[in-house]
Each structure stands twice: as structure tokens, then as C-alpha cells.
Design a protein around this ligand. Structure first.
Ligand SMILES: Cc1cc2nc3c(=O)[nH]c(=O)nc-3n(C[C@H](O)[C@H](O)[C@H](O)COP(=O)(O)OP(=O)(O)OC[C@H]3O[C@@H](n4cnc5c(N)ncnc54)[C@H](O)[C@@H]3O)c2cc1C
Length: 374
């Protein structure tokens, strides 16, 4: 029958792409609907860091499954996917103490990571400043993909390799199973995955309102390409990111001192949720971010004081051949604080998958495998 498929996926961000891939690999006839052409949501605005480090147990396994799929898919697509690993850099004794306790208490870190001396850390990346460095945590599990490449290449893979029908520039305006109304006509499907990211208003607004989902706005910057094929090496982060582990690993005795110092010395950073990650794109640019503001609707204008704070902190631990900024932007992702994701069934045959927060690139492929296997 015309306009009839097994599976419809709404949204061509990483969550929708992952569900389309998982469904297509299982032999289902899949149609993917994305209202813009191309997709310009959170998934092309991120760092492209696949970041298993700091996750434990089943969540770590999910991240590692995603990692495996990223490596396989990027090989097939011929796009950039660097097994970069990561360095957490400690410039204060309290930061080093947290890294030490994390390393001792998280089995995955002992398996895939290593505590480094300052001399060992600077060998891993020419960007790391030696002055004041106390040590670092190396992890080999992180990948670095280029979201602007990958999020555009995955639909082509879905279409060419798995025969997925792509409907970009097509809004899904209503679902009443088995009928799916779109701006290009009415469709029928056995199953629908709604992966609509920060749009809570178009489909099932009542269910979104009850889900506890809120939005987070993040500011980002990117340098011009670094000269002379200069390579960053691993993705970098420092004390502000180590401070963030205090929420997840609050039982570690050392987190209290770090928390107290950062909150006393760096209130602006705490207020705007600034913690710095640094990675390099396929074209040699350095992506730098980010801040975290929580709410439902945000000021559309970016704050230069946040960007300045990000750059000031970057200068405290990194040296780059050039810090010249070529681009500034922000992205918005949904989350429920304290939850890893939101999976809802608003009606039989429909699954909403959302709320992966700051881990969509890290977890979507693994989560989609789990959702499709239920
Ligand atoms: C600045 C920033 C940095 C980040 N860095 C990282 C990182 O390094 N690593 C990591 O793991 N995660 C990172 N994240 C998180 C990650 O980007 C998100 O978790 C992920 O992109 C969410 O994917 P999504 O598919 O849910 O949303 P989106 O990418 O926003 O996709 C949703 C899509 O659905 C479409 N849509 C919505 N409603 C409809 C409809 N009714 N009909 C048709 N189409 C519709 C939208 O147009 C949109 O394209 C970052 C996020 C941001 C913002």
C-alpha cells in the first residue's frame, strides 16, 4: 500500500537517526521524517564527543555499544571519527584528590584509564599547560566525531545501505495510530518513534508537560582551523568538569573540598553551569564550550560575559597555536534532572524517546538498540 511502512521515525537528530538505524538493521521498512532540511537541532550543534568516561555499570555498557556503532558507521560513511581518548587535567590538589578517588572507586576507569604525572600528561597533548599541573586522568574510550559531517552523512547511509525513506522538510503534525499526519500527506505505520528533541509542543504536548522535561541552553565557540595541521590529540577538560563529577559521585570524601572551593572562588561559573570541554573537528578547528542554563524558554541572544568566562578558563589550562574565534552559537537540549532519558508510550505503537541531556551523541545508538529489543 502507498504511504505504508513498518516504522516511522520523527526527527533526524542523533536520537531519531539511531532509532531509524536500529529498526532498519532489524529488517523493518522505515520512513524518517524531519521538519527541516537538513536537521539543525542539538545534534549538529554539539562537540561530537562520545564520552563513556565517568559512566558506570549498564550506562557505561550502553555508551560502549554506541561507541562500537559510531566506529562501524563512520568507517562505512567515510567520515571523521577519531579514537581520541580524553584527559581530565588537575591544577589543584583537591581536583587531583577527586581524580584519585574516582580512579580507585570506578572499575571502568581502572580498566580503560590511567592516572598520569604532569610529564606524562603533556606528552599526550601539545595543548596542555605544564605550569601548575598536578596530574591527569587519561581514558582511552572517548571518540571525537564531527557532528556537522556525521549528522548529514547518517541519513545517506540509512537511505543507500538500508533503503530507509527520507522525508526532510516534512513536519509530522499529528499521530493517531496507525495514522501519521504529515505536511506531505497521511501515512500508516505499525510503530512510531517520536524523537523530536526540544519540540515538546507539536506532538503529545500533554505527555511532555507531565514528563518533567525541561530545556538546557549551552553556549559554544569554535576557533579557525589550527595552522600547520596542528593536532590537539585527546579531548580535554579540567577542574570545572571534575567538579561536575561531585553530583554523580557525591559519596567520594574528596568532592566536598573541591565543591566548596569552586563555589567560593568561581560563582559566575557555577551560576551559568560553565565547565570546559575542548575537542578538534575534522577540519582542525577547536570546539570550545560550554555553559548550562536551565528553563523552558530562553533569551535568543547569547551572553558575551559567558563566552569571555569560557575563554578565560580555557587559557588557564590550554595553549593553542591560535585562539582566533570563527564561530559562536548555542544549542538547546531537553532533560529531566536526575534521569538518563525519557521513554514514554503515549498510545499503543508509539514510543517517545527524549531527554538524553548532554549525552545524546554518547548514548543514542546504544539506547536505540535497547528500545528496539524491548
Ligand atoms: C552545545 C551542545 C553540546 C553537546 N555536546 C555533546 C557531546 O559532546 N556529546 C554528547 O554525547 N552529547 C552532547 N550534547 C547533547 C546532544 O547533542 C543531545 O543529547 C542530542 O543532540 C539530542 O538529540 P535529539 O535527536 O533528541 O535532538 P535534535 O538533534 O534536536 O533533533 C530533534 C529533531 O526533531 C525534529 N522534529 C521535532 N519535531 C518534529 C516534528 N513534529 N516533525 C518532524 N521533525 C520534528 C527537529 O527539527 C530536530 O531536527 C550536546 C548538546 C549541545 C546543545
Amino acid at each position: 500500500m502507498r504511504n505504508h511502512v513498518d516504522v516511522i521515525v520523527v526527527g533526524a537528530g542523533i536520537v531519531g537517526l539511531a532509532h531509524a538505524l536500529a529498526a532498519a538493521k532489524r529488517g523493518f521498512k522505515v520512513a524518517l521524517f524531519e521538519r527541516t532540511s537538513p536537521a539543525v537541532g542539538a545534534s549538529i550543534r554539539n562537540f561530537g564527543q562520545v564520552w563513556p568516561v565517568g559512566k558506570t555499570g549498564a550506562l557505561f555498557q550502553r555508551a560502549m555499544k554506541s561507541r562500537e556503532i559510531w566506529l562501524e558507521a563512520s568507517r562505512e560513511m567515510g567520515v571523521f571519527c577519531l579514537e581520541s581518548g580524553s584527559l581530565h587535567l588537575a591544577y589543584h590538589d583537591d581536583e587531583m584528590a577527586v581524580l584519585g578517588e574516582l580512579y580507585e572507586s570506578v572499575p571502568e576507569l581502572r580498566e580503560y584509564g590511567e592516572l598520569l604525572t604532569p610529564a606524562q600528561a603533556i606528552e599526550r597533548s601539545p595543548a596542555v599547560k605544564l605550569d601548575g599541573l598536578k596530574g591527569a586522568l587519561w581514558s582511552c574510550t572517548e571518540l571525537n566525531v564531527d557532528p556537522r559531517q556525521a549528522i548529514r552523512a547518517i541519513p545517506a547511509l540509512l537511505e543507500q545501505r538500508y533503503g530507509v525513506e527520507l522525508h526532510f522538510g516534512t513536519l509530522v503534525s499529528g499521530i493517531n495510530m496507525p495514522t501519521v499526519e504529515t505536511s506531505a500527506g497521511v501515512w500508516q505505520a505499525e510503530r512510531v518513534y517520536v524523537c523530536s528533541g526540544a519540540d515538546f509542543e507539536t506532538l503529545y504536548p500533554q505527555h511532555y508537560a507531565e514528563s518533567g522535561l525541561i530545556r538546557c541552553k549551552l553556549q559554544m565557540l569554535r576557533t579557525v582551523p589550527q595552522p600547520d595541521s596542528w593536532k590537539l590529540g585527546p579531548n580535554l577538560c579540567a577542574g570545572l568538569s571534575i567538579y561536575q563529577y561531585g553530583n554523580t559521585f557525591a559519596h567520594l570524601p574528596s568532592t566536598a573540598a573541591l565543591k566548596q572551593r569552586i563555589e567560593t572562588e568561581m560563582p559566575f561559573y557555577v551560576k551559568y553551569g560553565i565547565h570546559l570541554l575542548v575537542s578538534q573537528t575534522a577540519y582542525g578547528e577547536i570546539t570550545i564550550g560550554d555553559s548550562h542554563e536551565y528553563g523552558m524558554t530562553f533569551d535568543p541572544f547569547d551572553r558575551e560575559d559567558i563566552n569571555r568566562a569560557i575563554m578565560d578558563y580555557l587559557h588557564s589550562f590550554a595553549q593553542l597555536p591560535t585562539f582566533e574565534i570563527a564561530e559562536r552559537w548555542h544549542g538547546i537540549y531537553p532533560l529531566v534532572k536526575g534521569k538518563r532519558e525519557v521513554v514514554l508510550e503515549p498510545e499503543a505503537g508509539v514510543t517517545i524517546v527524549n531527554g538524553l541531556g548532554g549525552s545524546g551523541m554518547t548514548l543514542s545508538f546504544g539506547l536505540a538498540e535497547e528500545v528496539l529489543s524491548r
